[in-house]
Design a protein around this ligand. Sequence first.
Ligand SMILES: Cc1cc2nc3c(=O)[nH]c(=O)nc-3n(C[C@H](O)[C@H](O)[C@H](O)COP(=O)(O)OP(=O)(O)OC[C@H]3O[C@@H](n4cnc5c(N)ncnc54)[C@H](O)[C@@H]3O)c2cc1C
Length: 301
Amino acid sequence: MNALNYILSRTLPFVPRPIVRRVSRRYIAGDDLRSALDVVQRLNGEGLMATLDVLGESVSNRSLVAGAVKEYLAALEAIDIRRIDANISVKPTQLGLKLDFDLCLESVRSLARDAGRMGNFVRIDMEDSDCTALTLDLYRRLRDEGLDNVGVVLQAYMRRSLADLRALPEGASVRLCKGIYVEPREIAYRDRWIVNRNFRRLLEEAFDRGCRVGIATHDEAVVWDALDLIDRRGVPPAMYEFQMLLGVDEKLRSIIRRDGHRLRVYVPYGANWYAYSLRRLKENPSIAGYILVGLLRPARH
Ligand SMILES: Cc1cc2nc3c(=O)[nH]c(=O)nc-3n(C[C@H](O)[C@H](O)[C@H](O)COP(=O)(O)OP(=O)(O)OC[C@H]3O[C@@H](n4cnc5c(N)ncnc54)[C@H](O)[C@@H]3O)c2cc1C
């Protein structure tokens, strides 16, 4: 990332919201479930699977948790009725993790049970380091109850992730990603080379342990490492899938798909677009150009 892009990525909270909204449209399917389903149907038509994310996090009261559960249930029902190839990804803090652990557990449990009845699956996203232990606990508790249609996420930048992976139940479903939150050096690797090496290390360990793995990255070096491991070990297609975010590197996405690997696109939608948009823009290596175009181009109403 060049200096201008870096500076802009650090000052994003000062960019007016309408500009952020405009330049982050590519990352978000729309304001409602209907728009998201249309996007998923288009992706399915290209041979891609999807995971739906109702935007929102760190809710401050119980009624917001109930609202999020309702929205996710509507998504599961629509997926079932339309027979589209998608599951759901949930954020624990949107389901009350920071309010009351048991409320969060019950919310994820009820979604997992509903998803199970429909032959579907719930991925529990991983948030910042305050949530790591609780999120893993949530996952373990649900697996102990016999809910096999849930999966968790591990972040390659976290120093603890290898130990966390080793402590997961047998046959766990794990999404591996680099990790997006800003964490202190004591607990997270900062060096990009080490994060990439750790990603490979985690992937190897996950395959050794018989995990089903979602390889969530747009970094072609990490994709190469993953393909190398898959090829050397003869990992069967059912044991892995690639995962990418909506609006990021569609070229790489189509190359991976063309080469015969399964690929799932993370499709966020909903009214609470701001925090997610900031995270995505922060990672965009050409952010300065986007913001500039956003400032110069008149808004379309
Ligand atoms: C499906 C999926 C689910 C995820 N779930 C989680 C989660 O639960 N918890 C969590 O902490 N993180 C999650 N992430 C985010 C992840 O941790 C990284 O922050 C993000 O994927 C960028 O890392 P990267 O591996 O793509 O590598 P990077 O080195 O960051 O990016 C590689 C290249 O991808 C392109 N790129 C990456 N991001 C963008 C962008 N926003 N806009 C334009 N180009 C871009 C650039 O060309 C960049 O050079 C998820 C990512 C994916 C793909």
